[in-house]
Write a protein that binds this ligand. Structure first.
Ligand SMILES: NC(=O)c1ccc[n+]([C@@H]2O[C@H](COP(=O)([O-])OP(=O)(O)OC[C@H]3O[C@@H](n4cnc5c(N)ncnc54)[C@H](OP(=O)(O)O)[C@@H]3O)[C@@H](O)[C@H]2O)c1
Length: 347
């Protein structure tokens, strides 16, 4: 009897092992949301693991971020987003735009990446990085990670710098320019300060008292504490005013601009006037608003990689959460007080 019982038990164990293996091969953990709303609509569950198509990499995600784009898509704010993401329910259930991880498999047509490569990339529009695995076409916004950097250091390097770079390139910021960055401590602002400095321009940063030392470390030539003074009354004028937190307006910042100065903002504006001003103001040849539509590609990721390697750019990391605590991460990002980036450890 004892031997038969022992055999039955070992068969049950083998079946369990096979089931676990299949689960490992076919399923993965992900943070999903099936309706729009507050951070609590997000839950951790198991979903099907994606498969790499012929031109794609399957990446095991080690680190990702929760950023303002994820918050906007999760909550469907502004409402207009629903016309792109699903009117009643979100079409994309797994968010997450940035990732750093390891290539686990490659499609038959992939030539430039190999299994085991440490890569980082950007998935805006596709999303999916709040999961154990993502797929990405080999010619999309993905590149080999800078050497000697960790997954957690690298994952937050793209979203903020991508928005900063789009604005910097639109305004053609270069050596000799005087640039004011309003809100130099968010993901976009802290990247903007470093990227503007890397181009040789002079940068004045507006931030709160507690963050003065941080923005000086990032390269600020001059700092204005917005809690102590109204930065719009500054005596100096600028070639470019970049509002990286979207809390000012062209009207308020106009007098800070030189005769052909440029105003940039990461937000539409309360009315929402910035895209409209970007169409009208360039027609008059004086001070103008630009509102570029950011585009991302592999060149952009490689550019960021070079800046990390040269030491010109290092993403600022505020807090780090495990994937299981992603709801907490969302709550924190939505305070509007994060410094730089909030990283999620996945592996
Ligand atoms: N255009 C797009 O498609 C797009 C995409 C992503 C994000 N965004 C927008 O871009 C903005 C920035 O996002 P983010 O993730 O970089 O950062 P964020 O989370 O919005 O910014 C947080 C930082 O902003 C600072 N801040 C808050 N109020 C401020 C004020 N009145 N003046 C100066 N600094 C202030 C805070 O520091 P203190 O403690 O110093 O206040 C904190 O460090 C957001 O409005 C976001 O919605 C736009």
């Amino acid at each position: 009897m004892g031997a038969v019982d022992g055999e039955g038990e070992s068969q049950r164990i083998s079946v369990r092992r096979v089931a676990l293996c299949w689960r490992y091969i076919l399923r993965m953990k992900a943070a999903i949301h099936i309706r729009y709303g507050a951070p609590e609509v997000v839950r951790i569950t198991e979903v099907d693991k994606p498969k790499a198509r012929d031109n794609e990499l399957l990446v095991k995600v080690h680190a990702t971020t929760v950023n303002r784009t994820d918050c906007g898509y999760r909550a469907a704010k502004p409402f207009i987003l629903r016309f792109f993401t699903g009117l009643i329910r979100p079409r994309v259930r797994v968010l997450g735009t940035e990732f750093a991880g390891e290539v686990e498999a490659v499609g038959s047509g992939v030539a430039s990446f190999d299994v085991g490569d440490r890569v980082f990339g950007y998935l805006e529009g596709r999303f999916g990085a709040h999961a154990e695995y993502v797929t990405i076409p080999e010619d999309a916004s993905v590149a080999i990670m800078p050497p000697n950097s960790t997954f957690e250091e690298t994952a937050p390097s793209i979203e903020g710098s991508h928005y900063a770079l789009a604005n910097i390139r639109a305004a053609k910021i270069r050596r000799g320019h005087d640039v004011l960055v309003y809100g130099g401590t968010g993901a976009i602002g802290s990247a903007a300060v470093q990227l503007v400095k890397s181009l040789g321009a002079d940068v004045t940063v507006v931030c709160s008292t507690e963050n003065v030392a941080l923005v000086e470390r990032l390269g600020a030539d001059r700092v204005i504490d917005y809690r102590a003074v109204d930065f719009t009354k500054d005596k100096q004028t600028y070639d470019v005013v970049f509002d990286a937190v979207g809390k000012s307006s062209f009207g308020r910042c106009r007098r800070l601009l030189r005769p052909k100065g440029i105003y940039l903002s990461t937000e539409l504006g309360p009315f929402p006037q910035n895209p409209i001003l970007a169409l009208i103001t360039p027609l008059f040849g004086g001070k103008k608003v630009l509102f570029p539509i950011p585009k991302h590609d592999q060149e952009m990721v490689k550019y960021i990689k070079r800046l990390i390697e040269s030491g010109d750019f290092k993403p600022v990391i505020d807090r780090q959460y495990p994937l299981d605590q992603i709801v907490e991460a969302y709550r924190y990002v939505e305070t509007g007080q994060k410094i730089g980036n909030v990283v999620i450890s996945v592996a």
